[in-house]
Ligand binder design. Structure first.
Ligand SMILES: NC(=O)c1ccc[n+]([C@@H]2O[C@H](COP(=O)([O-])OP(=O)(O)OC[C@H]3O[C@@H](n4cnc5c(N)ncnc54)[C@H](OP(=O)(O)O)[C@@H]3O)[C@@H](O)[C@H]2O)c1
Length: 254
């Protein structure tokens, strides 16, 4: 990662009021980027942006619920008016469908017992929300000389890993979250293919098991550790990869 690459970059991070999204915003801001904190509750976004400014960073908040097209469009208009372009989009907002339960307690995701409304809700945020935000921001990313899109996926997205009966994921039922992230990986490749010729790089990154509310704070990595890899992909040079499924330990199997 090239820190010089961060200065003068404009970056939008969805779900940036807490967790990995917030740590990503803080890291980008510390490297000199201007960060736009997307938060579905504007006051939570404002608080995160104010904290970054107090640390010397350049941050502002936009109200952005990825499932609410009006807020998505409004956020794009605000970024257009203020900056005229977007260099980095981090599609970070995500839900598990199991509240803030640890993965082993997420019994509502057992396939035969799942509430279909939960599956729909998870796909709304983790998949359809990413498409909605990406399409709204694409005109602004096209106005950048180095557009980068990073999608927050998961090891649990890997069909190869969860199809292995002996593997660690086979005993962790997840009929909403895992398939939503598998779909997100497919969406990532689709955008990468479309945008390759325009120099916009689109990648998915699995942050590992991170100590945040999504898993009831059972994770073992800090949000700051996870943010390192997100930021590396957000600041890729023009010869960087696109359409990849990345982790801290290298590429993951689809
Ligand atoms: N933590 C892990 O171990 C782990 C592992 C693999 C992948 N991930 C992925 O990493 C990403 C960040 O998760 P996290 O661990 O930082 O979880 P988190 O602390 O629960 O943060 C999730 C963020 O997403 C926001 N969000 C949820 N629904 C939204 C919506 N409809 N519109 C806009 N924002 C919304 C939340 O906002 P509110 O505060 O308003 O709820 C919050 O800011 C997610 O995509 C997650 O799937 C996490």
């Amino acid at each position: 990662m090239n820190a010089d690459n961060a200065s003068s970059r404009i970056a939008l991070i969805t779900g940036a009021n807490r967790g990995i999204g917030r740590a990503t915003a803080e890291r980008l801001a510390a490297l000199g980027a201007t960060v736009v904190i997307g938060a579905r509750h504007r006051e939570r976004g404002e608080a995160a942006a104010a904290s970054i400014r107090e640390s010397g960073g350049d941050a502002r908040a936009v109200a952005l619920d990825v499932t609410d097209q009006a807020t998505v469009q409004q956020a794009a208009e605000e970024i257009e008016e203020r900056y005229g372009r977007l260099d980095v989009l981090v599609n970070n907002a995500g839900i598990s469908g199991s509240g803030n339960a640890a993965p082993q307690d997420a019994v509502d995701r057992v396939p035969s017992a799942v509430d279909l409304a939960v599956v729909r809700e998870v796909f709304e945020v983790n998949v359809f929300g990413v498409i909605a935000v990406t399409n709204a921001m694409l005109p602004l990313l096209r106005a950048s000389d180095a557009g980068r899109i990073v999608n927050l996926t998961s090891h649990a997205a890997s069909l190869t890993l969860y199809a292995d009966p002996q593997g660690p994921l086979a005993g962790l039922p997840s009929v909403a979250y895992s398939p939503s992230k598998t779909a997100l990986n497919a969406v990532t490749v689709q955008y990468a293919n479309e945008l390759r010729g325009e120099g916009i790089l689109v990648n998915a990154v699995a942050p590992g098991y991170v100590d945040t509310e999504i898993n009831g704070n059972t994770g073992i990595l800090t949000p700051e550790q996870a943010a390192e890899h997100v930021v590396d992909l957000a600041l890729l040079g023009g010869d960087g990869p696109t359409g990849g499924f990345h982790s801290a330990d290298g590429p993951l199997p689809w």
